[in-house]
Design a protein around this ligand. Structure first.
Ligand SMILES: Nc1ncnc2c1ncn2[C@@H]1O[C@H](COP(=O)(O)OP(=O)(O)OP(=O)(O)O)[C@@H](O)[C@H]1O
Ligand SMILES: [Mg+2]
Length: 494
């Protein structure tokens, strides 16, 4: 069985490859699995997905929503507190994907038997760091899936568009606008025949429907004079705000919130107040889209026929309204499957019969800090620039090697990823990896180098640093002592 899986901040959606169709899988509670974890405070028992949703109001259980959001800054050693306990983030993720596997086999209409092997194409936000990409991949594998490819979410959604709308090989430029529960991503694609080429990507890692909810909650608590409510009451009011937000239509005039959780009368706000609370969040997405097209070489707005809106956040009525005001009525098109476009696009891509191809680019810069002249100021050395073509799934990595003679006893590497460079300095969304150390002195190979006082040494060994950019859009670093081939690989660090 071949499937596309979109692990979202709120919803995890699965689509099948089924003889030229890409149906979305239904589970017992809906066409998705909630991306939730629940932990029992005293026993530490964990539940995931629909089972976690089922215990959300039961005493003794603590819910961890938006699990994926934690991956923004996570590394392999990251721990998360749920209720009274701490868990390794990798273990929570693995548990989630194992549970998803069980749901698919036991409680869905996918028609997968327990011993069927499942090959999946999976996705991450376009802006995801190397650590997020590897953590997600490892967890899918541990959950029992064979992962054939990891695509960026808006690139995947571009295939759903292509499958639905493209009837001839004509060249076409498309902006995918993906506003989900936790992330905003925009990509500019050039579609020629069945090949989608990613020209540029821009996004905001921490911006999604969750932030709209928080902004509305703050407004409601303020208007109700209840800003000092306790956490339990806030959580209930937040849920109510989400419910009312999701029920808004373009014709809604009022925003009515039940405040029984605070022992108060319902609060009625003019919808304009709610719009005002969310407008600045939407404005950031419009800026990101402007920048995306402005910075793309050789493409102007005149070339961009459509702006394709996917993701549940795009259902908030003010979003299409402001998009149309800024980019034109005709250009803005909404996917008929806002929640499933990414999963369906993954399935379209995975379908060998479909013949679709992808030319993806690195969405962030990758580089390393090095000592400058005479061991003085530190300079940032870019290894892979944002926009570097990423190899297709299954193709070999792009490799860059640097060689030099070691001038110290220990190599201390500070690798880093960022969304922008400003005067050659990292800027924008910056993700430093954990610090990495390499013994240039053979006698130090068994030592813990993290607290070593690094000394200058003349005539050290010849060192090779090899950087490999894989099809997942992630980087692996290997440092080798050329004298005898002793090497260390830095991979799951962040
Ligand atoms: N009718 C609606 N109006 C406004 N917002 C909505 C509506 N329906 C859903 N949403 C919001 O959409 C968000 C979920 O969208 P979606 O399922 O696309 O996100 P996700 O894929 O889980 O997250 P991400 O892609 O950011 O990881 C939630 O914040 C939800 O409140
Ligand atoms: Mg999504």
């Amino acid at each position: 069985m071949r499937i596309g899986i979109d692990f979202g901040t709120t919803h995890t959606v699965v689509a099948l490859v089924d003889r030229g169709n890409y149906p979305v899988v239904s589970f017992e509670g809906g066409d998705f699995v909630p991306s939730l974890v629940a932990a029992h405070d005293s026993s530490g028992t964990l539940r995931w997905g629909w089972d976690a949703a089922a215990v959300r109001y039961e005493p003794g259980w603590t819910l961890l929503p938006s699990l994926k959001r934690l991956l923004n800054d996570a590394g392999p050693g990251t721990e998360v507190t749920v209720g009274s306990r701490r868990f390794a983030i990798g273990a929570l993720l693995e548990g989630f994907f194992s549970a998803l596997h069980r749901e698919l086999v036991e409680r869905s209409n996918a028609g997968i038997a327990a011993n069927d092997s499942i090959t999946a194409a999976v996705s991450v936000p376009a802006n995801a760091s190397t650590a997020q990409r590897f953590l997600t991949l490892e967890a899918f594998k541990a959950g029992g899936f064979t992962v054939e490819a990891l695509l960026n979410e808006p690139s995947a959604a571009g295939f759903e568009y292509a499958h639905r709308n493209r009837r001839d090989g004509r060249r076409e430029h498309l902006v995918v606008y993906d506003l989900g529960g936790g992330t905003f991503d925009a990509s500019l694609l050039r579609m020629t025949g069945k090949t989608n080429e990613v020209l540029a990507t821009n996004g905001v890692r921490r911006l999604g429907g969750d932030d709209f909810d928080e902004a509305i909650l703050a407004l409601v608590l303020e208007k109700a004079g209840a800003r000092d409510s306790d956490a339990a009451a806030r959580a209930l009011v937040l849920e109510e705000c989400v419910r009312v937000k999701e029920a808004l239509s373009p014709n809604s005039r009022r925003f009515m919130v039940d405040l029984a959780a605070l022992d108060r009368e319902p609060l009625v706000l003019p919808v304009e107040d709610v719009h005002e609370a969310c407008a600045r969040l939407i404005a950031r997405t419009l800026e990101a889209v402007e920048e995306l097209v402005d910075e793309a070489e050789g493409v102007t707005w005149a070339d961009v026929a459509s702006l394709y809106v996917v993701g549940g956040g795009g259902l908030f009525p003010l979003v299409p309204r402001l998009l149309k005001e800024r980019f034109g009525d005709k250009r803005v098109r909404r996917s008929p499957h806002p929640f499933a476009a990414t999963a369906m696009g993954l399935a379209v891509w995975l379908d060998r019969e479909g013949g679709y191809g992808l030319e993806e680019r690195l969405s962030r810069h990758f580089g390393v800090f090095r000592e400058g002249g005479a061991g003085q100021d530190v300079v940032f050395d870019t290894i892979f620039e944002k926009g570097t073509p990423v190899p297709a799934p299954g193709a070999p990595p792009v490799v860059v090697t640097r060689r030099y003679r070691a001038a110290h006893d220990v190599g201390h590497f500070r690798f880093l990823e960022c969304s922008r460079l400003k005067d050659t300095r990292p800027d924008g969304d910056v993700t430093p990896w954990d610090e990495a150390f390499f013994p240039f002195e053979p006698g130090l190979r068994a030592a813990d180098l993290s607290s070593a006082r690094i000394q200058r040494r003349e005539g050290g060994p010849e060192i090779a640093e090899t950087y490999a950019l894989g099809s997942e859009g992630a980087v692996t670093v290997t440092v080798t002592d050329a004298t005898d081939g002793f090497a260390r690989t830095f991979r799951l660090t962040r």
